[in-house]
Ligand binder design. Structure first.
Ligand SMILES: Cc1cc2nc3c(=O)[nH]c(=O)nc-3n(C[C@H](O)[C@H](O)[C@H](O)COP(=O)(O)OP(=O)(O)OC[C@H]3O[C@@H](n4cnc5c(N)ncnc54)[C@H](O)[C@@H]3O)c2cc1C
Length: 434
């Protein structure tokens, strides 16, 4: 019987444990709770959902719904349990969090091939192991990982700027240009007049802000300690002074509008998120504003009046590895290839994505999986973890990461349906032909 160690019995770790155990592997699954709690978990149950109870949309025409469909095709173990524990939530798959966690705990505790060991793991050995210790990986394990990845590749925070869809931008207003025309024009620019800028700053100052939890205070002490000034939220910069933003992330120098040759009063730059330029990141605009406020205030940015937000900004404690620099394609560590990384620690973002990651690493190890279709959300999430990129940040399921359709479709609903149909068809064919 083949053997594997899995460290961390969260979403990724439990999915992986069941994938191996059901396939007749002997699994040693390590979980440090309840002996040692994280700042966010509250129970001793495995697969605890630390915040919202929503696993997002069930609709296959949404990116999250499509990812779920792909995961089912790949044989996901936790999604069917989530469905059994679902509560009414319209088109979303929301679960009774205690029921879900208790059910997963029961299945794992009773599984003849899983040995659940309740203790913190502080060292890595030479045995086949998956590390799935999550965004709140314990300090001792963090230090251990640093030995193999280097301190510079272990990130301690997650400052995320919103991502918006390219097709929702107003191209009569935004324009393409890099600062001082250096390099290729990879940026789109949203030009502010003086009045627009001060209205924007006022709105940021008056906006409804997210209340920090205790663990986030701890996290901010970490930020101060590490001087991660470049992840300061825009609302905090606005609070520091009415001109702080326009001398910082919104400075307009070298960004004259080519249509008028005039320099705007301030500029927000958008950087492409992917090679087909279907989604853009608001450079330097990481924010802790509540989602409703983000939507309202982003629409005040010139050119973003009808913006579609693909991912909201956020800042919270999140330990994750700089995958593209330290992981092999099969998600093992370049410097210790018996150790595989799964879950949020590997650079995916979200409950469903973390479950997916546990599933993916299991398939890679058991079936020597080499690839998934490029048109699928799962294929592109995997690619994201290993593809060379500037400023690596955790990624969730969104349509911006998959390649554009061959035909140009204006109707958004139809377009999403086509994306979904293409992905499901390609995944089904891929699995049949394997
Ligand atoms: C505060 C917070 C709120 C979040 N809210 C949401 C949300 O609302 N929606 C969403 O989609 N995503 C959310 N996420 C992101 C992410 O989806 C979840 O964190 C998800 O649980 C990650 O899954 P995981 O399996 O990687 O890690 P976890 O589910 O966190 O599992 C990791 C497990 O490893 C254990 N562990 C850690 N170190 C060790 C060690 N050394 N030895 C043994 N065990 C160890 C932990 O106790 C934990 O049980 C949130 C993240 C955080 C930090």
């Amino acid at each position: 019987m083949e053997k594997i160690n899995i460290i961390g019995a969260g979403l990724a770790g439990c999915e992986a444990a069941l994938q191996f155990a059901d396939n007749n592997w002997q699994v040693s699954l390590y979980e440090m709770r309840p002996e040692k709690q994280t700042e966010a978990h509250q129970t001793a149950f495995l697969a605890e959902l630390v915040c919202s109870n929503s696993l997002k949309s069930k609709l296959e025409t949404t990116a999250s719904g499509l990812l779920k469909k792909e995961m089912k095709l790949l044989g996901c173990k936790l999604l069917p349990i989530a469905e059994e524990c679902a509560v009414a939530a319209g088109n979303a798959l929301a679960v009774d969090r205690d029921k879900f966690a208790m059910e997963v705990t029961k299945i794992i505790e009773n599984h003849p091939n899983i040995n659940l060991i309740r203790r913190e793991v502080t060292q890595l050995n030479d045995e086949l192991t998956i590390v799935a210790t999550g965004p709140l990986t314990s300090d001792a394990m963090t230090k251990e990982l640093i030995k193999y990845v280097g301190e510079e590749h272990l990130y301690f925070f997650d400052a995320i700027a919103p991502i918006v869809s390219a097709e929702s931008l107003d191209y009569d207003i935004v324009y393409r240009k890099t600062r001082y025309d250096k390099g290729e024009a990879d940026y789109l620019n949203c030009p502010f007049t003086k009045d627009e800028y001060y209205e924007f700053v006022n709105a940021l100052n008056e906006a409804d802000k997210h209340e920090a939890h205790e663990f986030e205070n701890i996290f901010f002490e970490t930020i101060k300690f590490h001087f991660y000034e470049n992840c300061t939220p825009i609302e905090e910069l606005a609070r520091r002074g009415k001109d702080t933003l326009r001398y910082g992330v919104m400075r307009p120098v070298g960004l004259e509008d080519p249509r008028t040759d005039k320099r705007p009063f301030a500029v927000i730059q958008l950087r492409a998120e992917n090679s087909n330029n279907s989604s853009y990141n608001l450079v330097g605009c990481q924010t802790m504003l509540k989602y409703g406020e983000q939507k309202r205030i982003l629409r005040m940015i010139p050119g973003l009046k009808n913006v579609e937000i693909l991912r909201y900004g956020s800042i919270h404690q999140n330990r994750y590895l700089n995958g593209p620099h330290i992981l092999n394609k099969n998600l093992s560590l370049q410097k210790k290839d018996n150790i595989y990384i799964a879950g949020q620690l590997s650079g995916v973002e979200g409950y469903v994505e973390s479950i997916f990651s546990g599933l993916l690493v299991s398939r890679i190890i058991q079936d020597n999986l080499q690839e998934l279709p490029a048109t699928t959300i799962s294929g592109q999430l995997w690619r994201h973890l290993i593809a060379e990129q500037e400023n690596f940040q955790p990624m969730n399921a969104n349509y911006g990461i998959i390649p554009a359709l061959k035909e140009r479709i204006r109707d958004k609903k139809l377009k999403k349906q086509k994306y979904s149909e293409r992905a499901i068809k390609d995944m089904e064919e891929f699995l049949i032909n394997r």
